[in-house]
Design a protein around this ligand. Structure first.
Ligand SMILES: [Zn+2]
Length: 464
């Protein structure tokens, strides 16, 4: 009840307290719900350090992306990048743990005064009190001996739901995060290497339905001009290899997004390469109704499970969600001009990380906000929250190895301040210009429909 009712009575007068409690209860029962509000807004934030677990060769037992149709894992488990003894899963876990410790100062009972003092270096105005409830998406994975000794070493680290030893499905990371109904999720990753063109810290984003749909129209023969792609902010599409252009990879990923099937280099559907229906690999209200797999098994035309671009029918709760205005808010337009709130949240947190490093005199040309990686990534698509997904750097660059191991405190502080700023808003001190954080809060109010429940609440089953 803290934070809902101010403590207005001295603790020694027990009878007055009892009377006040009765009055409060009456007020609670007879005042309309809309008037009973918390004094300060409360937000749920999940920090999601990537990977954990161990890459093991037997994909039938240790993989991820469990497919109900074939009863197999469709991809090997990815334990993350490494450079010698420096491992991505350990670096991002340590940074997330430190950032959570700082954000917890904004929690109920947290030392907000201490957080305010920390903010003085960043903010030109006194901070606004908000309550932030912060969690980590996974446990520690640094004790490799302990992890490899588990019966299922990748259990809690998988992204998608998976069968336990009793055959019953267990929630993967995406389902568990959605069940927490977060407003904001911060996914932290590091790459081993990358093109110099992308070097820096990168947002990782998924385009909106409308843009992907243009790809489907090309595959259906209803559109042939590729200018819509080349003139779009998504033109630098994530290349899986140099054997195809970015445009061909975009078409491949459009087909994957709509049907679960990839394309070969001649744009023919690769039936053997089926990647599954990801929205049905997650335990959330946007799954297809029970029995979907019976229909899906033969991929019949004019159903959502068809294998041909011309006959896919985009019906069902998931496709309604994809077309909703809430998904446009998350993934389209917004403060960065494209990529919606997801892109803004990613870029803004990166700007605060860079500011934290600068404030501590850690400066290097590699430390910059760089281009976003654009594709149909799992997390920004299937996490039902504003999703700030980012690559924090590249292990093959000495400066990144230095800051990711020796400057974790500064990076964590930047993440914590960025999270606060996205929720509460701030006036950043930094000299102005493009590199300075914008300080603008994400308007979460627009995610509430006409009813009381917000879009974020709708990601979890009621009562679970
Ligand atoms: Zn990663």
């Amino acid at each position: 009840m803290n934070g809902i009712w101010p403590m207005i009575y001295p603790p020694s007068f027990r009878t007055i307290r009892a009377a006040a409690a009765v009055l409060a209860l009456c007020a609670f029962l007879f005042v309309p719900q809309s008037i009973v509000r918390r004094e300060f807004p409360a937000y749920r934030v999940v920090l999601d350090p990537g990977h954990g677990g161990i890459s093991l060769p037997d994909r039938s037992r240790h993989g991820d992306r469990y497919d109900a149709l074939s009863g197999t894992y469709l991809q090997p488990f990815k334990e993350g990048a490494a450079w010698g003894a420096i491992e991505e899963h350990a670096v991002v876990y340590e940074i997330a743990r430190k950032a959570a410790g700082i954000i917890a100062m904004c929690g109920e009972g947290g030392d907000f005064n201490r957080f305010s003092r920390l903010l003085e270096r960043y903010s030109a105005v006194p901070p606004r009190r908000v309550f932030v409830d912060v969690s980590l998406s996974r446990g520690d994975s640094r004790d490799r001996g302990e992890i490899s000794g588990r019966m299922d070493p990748n259990g809690e680290f998988r992204l998608f739901d998976y069968p336990g030893p009793d055959g019953k499905m267990r929630p993967g990371r995406i389902s568990r995060i959605n069940a927490m109904r977060p407003h904001l999720v911060v996914c932290l990753h590091v790459a081993r290497s990358g093109s110099p063109y992308f070097r820096g810290m990168n947002p990782v984003i998924a385009p909106p339905f409308g843009f992907m749909y243009k790809g489907l129209k090309v595959l259906r023969g209803e559109k042939s001009d590729r200018r819509f792609f080349l003139s779009s902010p998504y033109a630098e599409w994530f290349d899986e290899s140099n054997e195809r252009t970015g445009y061909e990879w975009f078409l491949n990923d459009s087909m994957l997004y709509f049907s679960g099937f990839p394309l070969d280099a001649r744009r023919k559907v690769d039936m053997a390469g089926f990647k599954g229906y990801r929205h049905n690999m997650v335990d959330w209200p946007y799954r297809d109704s029970p029995g979907w797999a019976v229909v899906a098994r033969s991929h019949p035309d004019y159903t959502p499970y068809a294998a041909s671009p011309g006959t896919i029918s985009l019906t069902g709760r998931y496709w309604d969600r994809e077309r909703s205005e809430f998904e446009r808010f998350r993934r389209d337009g917004g403060e960065e001009g494209y990529g919606g709130d997801n892109h803004y949240a990613s870029a803004e947190i990166i700007r605060y990380i860079l500011m934290a490093l600068r404030l501590n005199n850690v400066v290097h040309p590699d430390q910059r906000l760089s281009k976003p990686y654009v594709s149909v990534w799992h997390m920004p698509l299937f996490l039902n929250a504003v999703t700030a997904f980012m690559e924090l750097g590249y292990f093959n660059r000495p400066q990144f190895r230095y800051i990711l191991t020796a400057r974790q405190d500064e990076i964590a502080e930047g993440i914590a301040v960025g999270v606060y700023s996205l929720l509460a808003g701030m006036e950043p001190r930094d000299g102005g210009g493009a590199r300075t954080p914008r300080g603008k809060r994400v308007d979460l109010g627009k995610y509430s429909g006409s009813n009381e429940k917000s879009y974020f609440d709708a990601a979890a089953f009621p009562g679970r």
